[in-house]
Structure formats: C-alpha cells, structure tokens
Write a protein that binds this ligand. Structure first.
Ligand code: ADP
Ligand code: MG
Length: 260
C-alpha cells in the first residue's frame, strides 16, 4: 500500500565527516501540521534541507517518501516538481528574477495555466499584510526578514504544494503579521490538503497554527512527542531536560546569542 503524505524512515544524513541527523522517523499526512522544536544546532534546518535535497548534505541511510515516491533519489528541482516546498530559515535572494517570473516558471512546469497570476500574487500578498506591490520585486532582494517569510508564504499559496517545510517562518514577524501568516498557512492546508512540517522556537506561532503533533529534536534525534502543551512547557522551561551531558549543545546556546 502506498501511504499518502510524507514518510521519513530511519534517516541518517550529514555533511562530509559529520553525521547531523542520527536516525529520524516521522510522518506528515496530507492536511496535517506537525511542529518540530529543539535547541539551536539540533539539526532542524538540516532536516529541512535534506528533505529538499540541498547539495551540501548527504543521506547515508534511510528514506524520505512523498506519496510513496522516494525523494532521496531526486534532484532538488525534481522534488519541487513532486510537490515539496521549503521556506528556508534564511531565504535565498534571486537578483534579476521577479516573483512573477519565478511562479510563472514553476506553474508552467507543472502544466498549470498562469492567467491572472499578477493579480493573484497581489491578492495573496495583501492577505499576509505585505504592504506594497510584490509581483515585480526580485525574489527576496531588499526585503526585511519578516517580509521574506511573508513573500514565501504567498508563493506557497499559489503553488499549493503537497508538502511544505516552514523553517522559522515566525522570525522577524510582529504579532499581527504572525497571526496573518498562520491564518494563511491554515487556509492553504484546508484548501489544498498540504502537509506541513513547521519548525519553530515559539509556542505563540503554534497557538495560532494548532499543530496536530509537536516533536522535539535534539542532537539529530527525535527525543519527545506531544501536543501544544509540550510546546508551551518548552517555551517556559527550555530544553534542559533533553540536553544531559551532550557537549555539542553548549555551542547551540552560544549560537542563540549571536542569532538574536
Ligand atoms: P538547527 O536548525 O536545529 O539550529 P542546523 O540543522 O542548522 O541546526 O545545524 C545542526 C548542526 O549541523 C550544527 O552544529 C551546524 O553547525 C551543523 N551544520 C549544518 N549545516 C552544515 C553544513 N552545511 N556544513 C557543516 N556543518 C553544518
Ligand atoms: Mg535552523
């Protein structure tokens, strides 16, 4: 039987000389929102990059399937075509490529008609409180951190992916923008049945998003699973109970300071 949605089985991956993900098993069904929390350096962004097939990372064992299709054998653009969408923690700038052009190319390659695309972009931009004309801006160029995340949610709403990873979309968003973005993500999930893996440090985003499950990643492994209450408790108490004697966690908290 082919299972629907994203299924990650025993995934080990890393960069040359270093294993970062140390055996991850998780699944996200269509229409599910699953949250991943965890200290800095635990491998959250690596997980999102490995799902997308970013070149810096190598999968050493395990599998990542979307609707039964093995993704680890596909190039990044083929994964995008298979329906995987990533909002990266640090969205890439594409000088010279407008949002309009990027979306048009993606839709054409999916065989979707692109009539009225410009108006659709502006309509969706206004829903996430994007203040000005978005369609002819270069992708992520001269946008603030929060504007980049909102512009990427606009793209997600137009592409209607099968599965999306949202890596810290709440960074740089004020309370109102956060609410608007969460509402929009929920609408996309409801309308398109998109499965979502949402990476965040903050329960306030999850209160808006109401995830089906909350996972805790530490040192490349899933150490805990719960519901929104787990996220709320973690925000209050931190990750001390998962950290025990792991020396790499110390650099995590230092990174925290510099990323603020
Ligand atoms: P998180 O998103 O949970 O903060 P990351 O996945 O960004 O963590 O990083 C996990 C660990 O892997 C960190 O120690 C980081 O320095 C390391 N790492 C991630 N990507 C690379 C890379 N491309 N090259 C070398 N080390 C990396
Ligand atoms: Mg990260």
């Amino acid at each position: 039987m082919i299972s629907k949605g994203l299924a990650i089985q025993d995934l080990r991956a890393g960069v040359p000389g270093r294993e970062i993900l140390k055996g991850i098993t998780l699944s996200v069904e269509p229409g599910e929102v699953v949250a991943v929390m965890g200290p800095n350096g635990s491998g959250k962004s690596t997980l999102s990059n490995v799902i997308m097939g970013r070149a810096a990372y190598t999968v050493t064992s395990g599998s990542i399937k979307l609707d039964g299709v093995e993704l680890t054998e596909l190039q990044t653009h083929e994964r995008a075509k298979a329906g995987v969408f990533l909002i990266s923690q640090y969205p890439e700038e594409l000088p010279g490529v407008t949002i309009d052009e990027l979306l048009e190319a993606a839709l054409v390659s999916d065989g979707v008609r692109t009539g009225g695309l410009g108006a659709m972009i502006e309509d969706q931009a206004s829903k996430v409180g994007f203040p000005e004309r978005l369609r002819d801006r270069f992708v992520n160029v001269d946008l603030s951190g929060g504007e980049k995340k909102r512009a990427e949610v606009v793209q997600m709403g137009i592409l209607n992916p099968r599965f999306a990873v949202l890596d810290e979309i709440d960074s740089g968003l004020d309370i109102d923008a956060l609410r608007a973005v969460a509402k929009r993500v929920r609408e996309i999930v409801a309308d398109s049945g998109t499965g979502v893996l949402v990476i965040t440090h903050y329960a306030r985003l999850l209160r808006e998003l109401e995830p089906d499950r909350v996972l805790v990643l530490q040192d490349g492994q899933i150490k805990d699973e719960g519901d929104l209450e787990l996220a709320v408790n973690l925000e209050r108490t931190g990750y001390a109970e998962y950290l025990d004697s792991d020396p790499s966690s110390k650099s995590g908290s230092l990174e925290d300071l510099f990323r603020l």
